[in-house]
Design a protein around this ligand. Structure first.
Ligand SMILES: O=C1O[C@H](COP(=O)(O)O)[C@@H](O)[C@H](O)[C@H]1O
Length: 333
């Protein structure tokens, strides 16, 4: 499988485009200079655009993805706040943006041409809004508000309007700070990394009804750790068997195996990684993990090994300054 890795480096205002070979090796294809600090990124469901949030002039940029994975800027649209996280619904009709500093989530329509437009809805009052996560059946948007220790549940309408679900929110323990989420392929469970107490929480979902219930919370720190906990990102292998979460103070990746149903995690080990890993991702074959060091200005590729999902370092590469977001895109065969 041919794949391309995109890394966003806001301090040098660059997106690096890397070709990934079958053995997990990377070759630099392109460095795109961007007018602004590039942060969250997501590939459209049709895999023809990379959407990138920039600041201080809050906008989403749309880059057309060529057959070899290289990028050409094709359009842009305003955003209502500093983009902390962007995502789309599974049909590629709407783009969601969560803003931590501006405490809001927004919905922007995506035109037939693939270019996002101005927001059609902005929901305020979400203190520390850190991400917007659509469930597998494209019906419920889960929005963690980190500073309020809650995850808000919104129904997504056909017109893109968000309406609070009957169960409008679920809460974590005080001071947990819910941040980023992943959904099990079966759709019955989601996993949330809590930034402030560095835990991973398993949520049982009632997909049709848009409800959630906490069923397991696991510490993700090495037992001898005594510093300030500062978790960031979370990702699941495509087959749902292994889950990873990173902590920035300790610069570690915690490794979990996932039960077949998705309801139970087992901590398998820890992998020391690049300094201050704020973003990482997993390739589409589920064989490689790529982590970015916000303070090392490098990315590192790991092989995901059976039977426990432990990681083996394969190679590290210099990128731009302050890399903090990683997206992996499979090229058409
Ligand atoms: O990782 C973090 O994210 C928030 C928001 O980040 P921003 O890039 O959208 O400004 C940040 O303020 C918080 O301190 C940090 O832990």
């Amino acid at each position: 499988m041919k794949q391309v890795v995109y890394t966003a480096s806001p301090e040098s205002q660059q997106i690096h485009v890397w070709q990934m070979n079958d053995e997990g090796g990377l070759t630099l294809l392109q460095v795109t200079d961007v007018a602004g600090q590039v942060q969250p990124m997501v590939v459209s469901p049709k895999r023809d655009f990379l959407y990138v949030g920039v600041r201080p002039n809050f906008r989403v940029l749309a880059f057309r993805i060529a057959a070899d994975g290289t990028l050409t800027e094709a359009g842009q649209a305003p955003l209502p706040g500093s983009p902390t996280h962007i995502s789309t619904d599974h049909q590629g009709k709407f783009l969601f943006c969560g803003s931590y500093n501006d405490a809001c989530v927004s919905v922007s329509p995506i035109g037939e041409d693939g270019i996002p437009q101005a927001p059609l809805q902005v929901i305020n009052g979400l203190e520390g809004c850190h991400s917007a996560n659509i469930d597998n059946d494209n019906k419920t948007l889960y929005v963690p508000a980190l500073k309020q220790d809650r995850i808000c549940l919104f129904a997504l309408g056909a017109d893109g309007q968000l309406t609070p679900r009957e169960q409008a929110q679920v809460t974590t323990v005080e001071g947990a700070g819910p941040r980023h989420m992943q959904f099990h392929p079966g759709g019955q469970y989601a996993y949330c990394v809590n930034e402030l107490d560095s835990t991973v929480e398993v949520w049982a979902l009632n997909q049709g009804g848009g409800e959630a219930e906490s069923v397991q919370t696991l510490d993700m720190m090495p037992p001898d750790f005594s510093g300030t906990r500062w978790a960031a990102d979370i990702h699941l292998t495509p087959d749902g068997r292994f889950l990873y979460a990173c902590d920035r103070t300790s610069s570690t990746l915690a490794i979990f195996s996932v039960s077949e149903l998705g309801d139970e995690l087992t901590l398998e080990g820890f992998q020391p990684t690049e300094t201050q890993p704020r973003g990482f991702n997993i390739d589409h074959s589920g064989r490689y993990l790529v982590a970015a060091g916000q303070k090392s200005h490098h990315i590192e590729v790991y092989a995901i090994n059976e039977p426990k999902g432990l990681l083996k370092p394969l190679g590290r590469y210099a990128v731009g300054q302050g890399p903090m977001w990683v997206v992996i895109h499979p090229l058409q065969a």
